[in-house]
Design a binder for this molecule. Structure first.
Ligand code: PGA
Length: 259
């Protein structure tokens, strides 16, 4: 990665979505933690984001390893009468260091707007968690050549107040590429990531310096075969991986293809 700084060490995040039972989750987490422990010089950071009820099991399975733990969503408030929701301080308490906010499945299926995503990201930061803020265009937006406009608007609307290069990670996930087996070309990915980084430079208090140090992940049908091409571009600092993160060997191969 030509422009990589230390802060932009590649990060590979496994988004398990609504998959797994306790035994599979523990086995998968333990398998990856063991691989990471025996790998002398991993060139990447790795994180698992299981469903809420599996967080404690996974935290237990990865204890003592460098494997990170994240959640897939949080509420904007730190506590209160919000049946079924989960607060960021509890995620922190259970061992998470990060939380995904604004995943397209949340935006689409739960009606989350940029404003909602922003308040969730701010709740994450207030709890001491890193916010992994997801953005990405739909297929019709891409077809009408509005990709850069859409992701810029999402950056503007979703970025939490006080975001820094270490408290926020941006994940660019074209909606049409998620779970479909289709991906943009590496050139298209690089174009969007460069534009997102430039936009971040205009929004962060730390300006271009912070934008240059913030990690921007690519997500959407990353697999063991295409990771090398998609995740080693100048402005790509790792991946947010769904389906392929459920198989230890595939996820490990994806991580190892980052350098
Ligand atoms: P996918 O999902 O890798 O299965 O396409 C990515 C994501 O939704 O984060």
């Amino acid at each position: 990665m030509a422009t990589q700084t230390n802060a932009r060490r590649p990060l590979i995040v496994g988004n398990w979505k609504m998959n797994g039972l306790r035994a599979d989750a523990r086995a998968l987490a333990l398998d990856l933690a063991t691989r990471l422990r025996w790998h002398l010089t991993p060139a990447f950071d790795m994180m698992l984001c299981p469903p809420f009820p599996l967080l404690a099991d996974v935290a237990d399975a990865i204890r003592g390893s460098d494997l990170g733990l994240g959640a897939q969503d949080c509420h904007a408030k730190p506590s209160g009468a919000f049946t079924g929701d989960v607060a960021a301080p509890l995620l922190k308490d259970i061992g998470c260091s990060a939380v995904i906010v604004g995943h397209s499945e949340r935006r689409t299926l739960h009606g989350e707007t940029d404003a909602v995503v922003k308040t969730k990201a701010e709740a994450a930061l207030a709890a001491g968690l890193c916010a992994i803020v997801c953005i990405g265009e739909t297929e019709s937006e891409r077809d009408s050549k509005r990709t850069l406009e859409v992701v810029s608007r999402q950056v503007d609307g979703s970025l939490p107040q006080g975001a820094t290069a270490t408290s926020v990670v941006v994940a660019y996930e074209p909606v049409w590429a998620i779970g479909t087996g289709r991906t943009p070309t590496p050139a298209d990915v690089e174009e969007v990531h460069a534009a997102v980084r430039a936009r971040l430079g205009t929004r962060l208090a730390g300006g271009a310096t912070d934008a240059g140090a913030m990690r921007i992940l690519y997500g959407g049908s990353v697999n063991a075969a295409n990771a090398g091409q998609l995740l080693n571009l100048d402005n790509v600092d790792g991946g947010l991986v769904g389906g392929a993160s459920l198989k230890a060997q595939d996820f490990w191969t994806i991580a190892q293809s980052c350098h």
